[in-house]
Design a binder for this molecule. Sequence first.
Ligand SMILES: Cc1cc2nc3c(=O)[nH]c(=O)nc-3n(C[C@H](O)[C@H](O)[C@H](O)COP(=O)(O)OP(=O)(O)OC[C@H]3O[C@@H](n4cnc5c(N)ncnc54)[C@H](O)[C@@H]3O)c2cc1C
Length: 587
Amino acid sequence: MSKIETQKSITETRRDQIFLALTPAELERMRRFGEYRSYDAGQALFKIGQRGHGLFVILSGSIDLVRDDEKDGRRAFQSPGPGSMIGELAQLAGRPPLVDGYAREPVCALHIPPERLRALLIAEAELGERIMRALILRRVGILEKGTGGPIIVGHVGDGDALRLKGFLSRNGHPYQWVNPDEDAEARALIERFHVDPGQLPIVLCPGGQLLRNPSELELARCIGMVGPIDPDHLYDVAIVGAGPAGLAAAVYAASEGLAAIVLDCRAFGGQAGASSRIENYLGFPTGISGMALMARAYTQAQKFGVETSIPAEVTCLEPENGDGRIVLRLSDGQRVSTRSVILACGAQYRRLTVESLDLFEAASVHYWASPLESKLCAGQEVVLVGGGNSAGQAAVYLAGKVEKVWLLVRGDDLASSMSNYLVERIAGLPNVEIVTRAEISGLEGTEGQLEAVRWRRRGSDEEVRRDIRHLFLFIGAAPNTEWLKDSGVVLDAKGFVLTGTDAGSDRRPLETSRRGVFAIGDVRAGSIKRVAAAVGEGAQVVATLHDFLVATGRRNDVAWPFARMAREPGAGLATSLQPVHDGAPSA
Ligand SMILES: Cc1cc2nc3c(=O)[nH]c(=O)nc-3n(C[C@H](O)[C@H](O)[C@H](O)COP(=O)(O)OP(=O)(O)OC[C@H]3O[C@@H](n4cnc5c(N)ncnc54)[C@H](O)[C@@H]3O)c2cc1C
């Protein structure tokens, strides 16, 4: 039997944690945070695409969970009954459920809306931990099975299909992918919707909408990953960037009662999310993948009630207008009003200055080495350019997935730019060949697909040419500060943000030249470019932020909602049985 066949799914190995058996005493404790609802047979409790639903606990009767399946079409796949807790990670932030839920028979349920669910998780330490674990494991199980979420129809190696799959997987959102070259269902979908081959990929959203090669923002809106931002709402702090620095600041700010929003143009995790194994982060002696570490941080931020908006690209920090409000403008024209801003926008990967790079960037040039990319080049030779730790990690990871890694380094050796443990690990990998003093001299290919890479060693005229379809670039990063032009935030000569006394003699630590605007992590001039340093600055900035908000009289006096709800969880909630006749559509 193969390894794959013997591997058990998370639903099998963690069944007890996923399907919680709630005791009557626990149900009683949960009751304080929710309200009873009753449903007629056939009535919908929740529907795909509708935001704002929280958790349901079935008290009597049973429901059908229904979803669209790539293979089996629309079908009920589970019918949970009394005692079952219905929901997964999306419900923590009020995002749309991934399935429909219909009453099979008359149903009575306890409904806990998202903000009260978060209050429950904080107020009920042990029960909260079990519920939180169940929500996380359910999402992991869905991702593992590859069920639910939008269906992407596109060819293998298509750059846009890869872009959309990368966006969803980096944001931990389930999706299904079908290839029309192999799958009759995919071809049937193309015919049914009269899709021209040039319009691929298409995305069939769970709500039934069809998108033709959408942008990430269009897709995110359609599946409810991102909703509109209230332009009149005044946040205590808006954090630009959901990398380790931004997420740390968000967790500390929200856990201390500040109303925080985090905006990121791509995905949570930032550069750290690209790391296949972080081995130097305190507390993880066996290492942890950047995605796993960052997914935990992202979930933690949501548990504390941080509002997250991804994708949301901040394009402008508007000039001061004298009323104490700071306004951020987004690429889609939306505005965010806030009392303070934390710049945690980090750095982005440098591109190689080689002709035609842009032609191959969609399908063949990668700035990440994750399972998505490694599947594309399984069994092939790849070229990886870079001599730093991020390149080293990627080489080690890819070596286990591909036929051979050509590691091209500009310097004379690896030791001068890479940590010793990685140098030694690479030395022990027979399928990694290090080429020192090397530079890419040319790329060849057709229709966006790389077919060959050429390189030269400094001081030699000889050019090496190899048939290579995938090129990985890990050649450092430049600060994401282009958008700060004209914002009043002073940068150093390399574009990093100046803070503290470097920005002005009366500036607080981590404060920029503009009052109320702070900078942390890789984007900050002089910062240590490490996950731990970014997280540390995220914690540190919140203390400074409090000081600023109090000194300027801008502290939001609205009582911390969790604290209030934990004290009086049932305030304003109906506790008697309430039939739902709120116009919810029936099946
Ligand atoms: C492959 C790789 C491996 C690494 N391995 C390690 C390691 O093992 N150990 C270690 O300590 N460090 C490692 N690092 C370095 C570490 O990841 C960074 O130091 C850390 O991620 C910096 O965190 P940050 O939050 O400051 O910025 P980033 O991680 O760069 O995050 C910034 C975020 O801001 C967003 N953003 C940028 N501009 C905007 C805008 N205008 N609007 C909205 N959002 C915006 C970006 O999308 C991004 O998500 C690695 C880096 C890479 C690339």
